[in-house]
Design a binder for this molecule. Structure first.
Ligand code: NAD
Ligand code: MG
Length: 394
């Protein structure tokens, strides 16, 4: 693949175009519109927002996953020449449409089937949707290898490691170090954490993100999911992936080498920076992103994560060590628990408790194919829903 240019524009599809990552991607594309052609844009059910984006970026196709939003989408696109479609299968079809580059930015395991469609046609995929990798793990990576797809990590930590490792000696890599902001409750006592509101948990101190990942950042489950994501992306076992809390989020991750050198990638905490790296890959492109002023980052601090107040990180580490179906169960239970917390049904500390109880009740058999991943995911959701119902009634 060559870098996008006016003479060789890159065609792009964005799965999850109305979300935080999707919109940041379109903002970057709008900076150099002659270098990109938007093929398909997809969203869950916000037809109005999707239609606006499709018109502004002259997309060929716009797809809503929820069939109930189809009439609105069709009406909003009438006379524009942009094709409209709806339903989960239509989202998968959008992913399988020819495009040089696909942004996988649907949240949760709902992103698995469409991302796999892009994998199966050997696409270059900018991967933001970490849940699909956590849920399907080895099977997902096997499909990537079998189909010759290319994964470009979008998650800021993984993107940092990807940049650092480029052209470097993988043989001499010792460990990678994921940095974590620590979230809004880094300094909150455990008793107060029991009672925090969804609104407080959504208010991330550094990053501006969608609701699911914001809650995951507050529980540190996000770092747990990233630990598993890193293990699959970079082929490293659990004991070669460290996590350190770095509240300023300026250093996005580090790599330790066998000679004692540590390499890092730095930047302002703005997702447009890692997204721009994937949009230009294999070359860098100019981007109108905030610049780092070194004279203002005097206080870069680091501390070990507190696994007592943030047990989710320990649960994820254990799930990665156990392997088999554990990460699938962890991810499914967490999706149910986060939804229940956002709906005001369970308390903040009960998110990790729900995941832990579910992990204890579902046998982590190894899924042999993607159908078995879906079955295990369903079973974990059913058990987690039961756990949530009991907690909500208590
Ligand atoms: P978001 O909630 O802002 O957006 C999610 C997108 O997915 C929306 O376009 C939504 O319409 C679509 N969607 C939701 N449910 C769907 C369904 N069932 N079917 C089809 N489409 C559906 O989320 P986000 O913050 O942009 O995060 C997207 C992914 O990127 C997540 O997996 C997240 O972990 C990852 N990520 C996000 C950030 C960030 O800064 N926001 C950073 C790193 C990784
Ligand atoms: Mg991240």
């Amino acid at each position: 693949m060559t870098a996008p240019s006016e003479t060789a524009p890159r065609s792009v599809t964005i799965l999850g175009a109305t979300g935080s990552v999707g919109r940041s991607t379109l903002d970057l594309i709008a900076e150099r519109p002659a270098c990109y052609r938007v093929a398909a844009l997809t969203a869950h059910r916000n037809a109005g927002r999707l239609a606006e984006l499709a018109i502004a970026h002259r997309a060929r196709l716009a797809v809503v996953a929820d069939p109930a939003a189809f009439a609105d989408l069709k009406a909003a696109l009438a006379g524009t020449g942009i094709e409209a479609a709806a339903g989960p299968e239509a989202v998968c079809q959008a992913a399988s449409l020819e495009a040089d580059w696909v942004m996988a930015a649907i949240v949760g395991s709902a992103g698995l089937a469409p991302t796999l469609e892009a994998v199966r046609r050997g696409a270059v995929i900018a991967l933001a949707n970490k849940e699909c990798l956590v849920s399907a793990g080895d099977l997902f990576m096997d499909e990537v290898a079998r189909c010759g797809a290319v994964l470009l990590p979008v998650d800021s930590e993984h993107n940092a490691i990807f940049q650092v490792l480029r052209g470097d000696d993988r043989e001499r890599l010792e460990t990678i170090v994921l940095t974590a902001s620590g979230g809004p409750f880094r300094e909150t006592g455990i008793e107060a954490m029991r009672r925090v509101s969804a609104q407080a948990a959504l208010a991330h101190p550094v990053w501006s993100m969608g609701p699911k990942i914001s809650i995951d950042s507050a529980t540190l489950m996000n770092k747990g999911l990233e630990l598993i994501e890193a293990s699959y992306l970079f082929g490293l076992p659990e004991d070669r992936i460290e996590v350190v809390v770095h509240p300023q989020s300026i250093i996005h991750s580090l790599v330790r080498f066998a000679d004692g050198s540590v390499l890092a990638q730095l930047g302002q905490p703005d997702m447009r920076i890692p997204i721009a790296y994937t949009l230009g890959w294999p070359e860098r492109i100019p981007a109108n992103t905030p610049r780092l002023d070194m004279t203002t980052c005097r206080d870069l601090t680091f501390e070990a994560p507190d696994l007592v107040r943030f047990p989710a990180l320990g649960l994820a580490r254990a799930a990665l060590r156990t392997g088999r179906g554990s990460p699938t169960i962890l991810n499914a239970a967490n999706e149910i628990a986060v939804e229940a917390f956002l709906a005001g049904r369970i308390g903040f500390l009960e998110i990790a408790a729900t995941v832990e109880t579910t992990l204890g009740r579902v046998v982590a058999r190894r899924p042999n194919d993607l159908r078995q991943v879906a079955e295990l995911d369903d079973e974990a959701r059913r058990i987690a829903n039961g756990v949530v119902a009991r907690l909500a009634a208590a």
